[in-house]
Structures are given as C-alpha cells and as structure tokens.
Design a protein around this ligand. Sequence first.
Ligand code: MTE
Length: 309
Amino acid sequence: MTRLIPSSAITPESLYTRRGFLGIAGALSAATLLAACGRRATEPTLSGEQPASEPRDELDDPLNSFEQITNYNNYYEFTTDKQEVARLATSFRSSPWELEVGGLVARPRIFALEDLLAFPQEERIYRLRCVEGWSMVIPWQGFPLHQLLRMVEPLPTARYVRFETIFRPEEMPGQRDRYYPWPYIEGLRLDEAMHDLTLMATGLYGRTLPPQNGAPVRLVVPWKYGFKSIKAVVRIELTEQIPTSLWMAMAPHEYGFYANVNPEVAHPRWSQASERRIGELGRRPTLPFNGYADEVAMLYSGMDLRRNF
Ligand code: MTE
C-alpha cells in the first residue's frame, strides 16, 4: 500500500480505472507543445498541419491525456480519494485571486491573478512522479518562478522559499478534517526556486488550470516528488530558516525537505526504484531526479542524498 499519508492514517486505496483519451491534444497547437522541450519529438510539418504522431517529452514518452491528468489527483484539501477530487472541486472559486510575496525581499508585493498571467506564458512538458509510485507526463503552461522572485528582489539573507496554499474550508471539504495541520505548506532552497525548470503553472493542455490541478496557480518542480508541487498558492515568503512543510510536520521520518526523486532511496514503507505510468501496464524504472539529473544534479554536489532525503 503506497499512500502519502502517514501509516497511522491508511485507508484502502480505490482502484484507478483507466479512462479513454479525449483527443484534446489535437486541439492544441503541436508547435507550442513541442516548443517546450521535445528535443526528440516530431517537428510540425511546414504547412502547419498536425504531425502524424502525438507530442512527446524529451525522453520520447507520450503525454498523458487531459482526462487522465484531471481525474486522478492528489489534493487533500478536497479529499484523499483521487477520483473524487475533480467532482468536489468544481465550485472552487479561483478568481479573483491574490498571491502575496514577502519576507526577506526588498520589494514585497501582492500579485493579482492578472499580474501572474501577464508574465510571458511558456509551454513545458514535464514528468510528474508522485512519491506513491505513479507518474504522468503533463503539458503545463506557466512562467519560471525566478521571474517573479527577481521582481521582489530577494535580500542577501534569504536562503529558502516557503509556499502556502489557500485555507478555505467552506469550499474545500478536506480542510474541515482537523487531522491535517492546514494550510498545506511546502518549501524550496532559494537556488532550487531560482532554477529555470521551477515553474509556476497557470494552465495545462492549452487551457486554464482546472481546480483539481491547483487553480489558479501552482508550483511545479519536476525533479522532486509531486508533493513538493504545491497547489493554489496564496503566499510565498523568503526566509533564512528552512521551512517546515505539512508532510515534514506530520511524518518527519517519511518525508524530508528535499524530496528529490531518487530510485536508490526507498520510502520507509515502499521502494522508489520503479513507478507505474498512468495508462500503462506494468512498471518502469524510476530515473534519478526524475530524468532531470543533467539540469539539476549540480545543485546537490557534495551532499549526502540519503541523509538529505
Ligand atoms: N498541493 C496541495 N495544496 N494539496 C495537496 O494535497 N498534493 C500533492 C501536490 N500538491 C497536494 C498538493 C501531490 S502528493 C501530488 S502527487 C501533486 O500535487 C498532484 O498534482 P496533480 O493532481 O495536478 O497531478
């Protein structure tokens, strides 16, 4: 049984039923998707027609369907049942929205949703590897977090970035469950937050971000386990001290601060050596840093990644 929640709170996991491909990929311009990082993907034809093959990521893996990405979600503010999140999140109000950025910065600022959408939006195809041992390939839109952080001018004393999800129990039924120490908190080292792969996502598959995927704005850190990619962010604070995430607070021996995808370091209750790609039969080997080692391994040179798990 691989669940994110601590062993003290395990309930049976419902079986995931594979749903059909909606064909929404075809509605998106292949050129925009391929622009992201599909080094080995098929180029669009000169006439601008869709290529015969579907877009793929740079490892040549096909994308998960819109239907899969939006109906199999971890979002404990709504429920721990992955297939019920979408239904429970339909009436979540993601507009208007304010994201407050402060702490150790020279220019603290509140960004309205319109301000966030004013950053040049990019398409990024990223693998998302959940700590539970499943994964997907998701075409996001968004902007690198470093663009926002540069605007607020981090002070020399800032070393970490703390992120906070909205607390709105009247719309998020899971937040009425006081078992979890809401709000959901996550953190990054400042250099991780400034890395170009670290994205603030505002959409997927060419559409506005659905509520179940973290509307209107969520973090995506593709080389870390999915729980670091915090949804519905309302506050970002630059700090000197290492932030305590919700999962570190709940189960410090199971969830560390770094949470880099690492097939060699098992979770205390299961191996991380392989994963199940949603929509595939069988398992595939898990890659160090989720396949992004060339881009990010240098952030951790000299560190013991077993101790800093
Ligand atoms: N963010 C918040 N606020 N609450 C959550 O429960 N779950 C995390 C992460 N972000 C979670 C969250 C986990 S465990 C995963 S795997 C990803 O969101 C799932 O993102 P997805 O539903 O968009 O695939």
